[in-house]
Write a protein that binds this ligand. Structure first.
Ligand SMILES: [Zn+2]
Length: 252
């Protein structure tokens, strides 16, 4: 193929040669085929979420979330609260520095297991900390020497949010895994763990039964209201109940 675009238009001034030393006049020709060195990284994240369980709410409703991981978590159980408005842009994507900084500022104190879980589950949109409270642990598999779960480890727990229509707490089981690789039996193991978590949620004395999960849709924009009960400033404009304490938000 002739490389016409490399030819200069007539009358166009010739460029000054950059090197005036010993270099011979350039006659480098483009090879017919470029020998390319290939690079690739395949990252794969996956997860599962159960139906919701409607809970009779009370002052202890949130405090009982960690107990729903009893017998299933192999690590210490950590509870991640919904994010207040100053972290409303937090995203675990390092090429977006402002969002990544918010994310790190919000989560750097958490354990490596929980941070890994949030990266996986937020990346696949299985949880949303604009309104979810998430009790989390390592459910299956190994951690590396820095304490981070391996790609075939399964993390997860119970996510809860407040139903905008009724103010009830809705809990659901959430599991996830992934990274640089995949293993054939991970999906099946994850299904079993999801069932175990849902069984634990349903066994709670506050459980009222299964319900469809209608997750609140956070509105883009300036965020919501300050809770008169706990002072939490919600990043979630449509929130009717405080994402943190579950009390009714008063509109001004
Ligand atoms: Zn509140």
């Amino acid at each position: 193929m002739p490389l016409d675009f490399l030819k200069r238009r007539p009358g166009e001034p010739q460029p000054e040669p950059r090197h005036t030393g010993s270099a011979a006049p350039s006659s480098i020709t483009l090879p017919e085929e470029v020998v390319a060195q290939e690079y690739q990284l395949k990252l794969s994240y996956a997860g599962k979420s159960s139906e919701g369980v409607r809970m009779k709410t009370g002052p202890n409703a949130l405090a009982e979330l960690p107990s729903m991981l009893a017998g299933l978590s192999q690590s210490e159980i950590e509870v991640v609260d919904p994010l207040p408005i100053e972290f409303s842009e937090a995203t675990p994507v390092i090429s977006h520095p402002s969002e990544a900084m918010q994310w790190l500022n919000a989560h750097h104190v958490l354990s490596p297991i929980t941070r890994h879980a949030l990266v996986v589950l937020e990346s696949i949109d299985a949880i949303d900390l604009a309104f979810d409270t998430f009790a989390c642990g390592l459910l299956e598999g190994e951690i590396d020497t820095s304490g981070y779960p391996e790609y075939n480890a399964i993390i997860g727990g119970v996510a809860s949010h407040w139903d905008e229509a009724t103010g009830d707490m809705i809990c659901r089981a959430v599991v996830g895994w992934g990274g640089k690789g995949a293993r054939g039996d991970t999906d099946r193991t994850a299904s079993k763990l999801l069932t175990g978590l849902l069984t634990n949620i349903l066994a709670s004395q506050h459980a009222l039964g299964l319900t469809a999960v209608e997750r609140p849709v956070p509105a883009a924009g300036r965020g919501g209201l300050v809770c008169a009960h706990c002072g939490f400033a919600s990043a979630h404009e449509r929130a009717f109940y405080c994402p943190k304490c579950g009390m009714r938000l008063l509109r001004g």
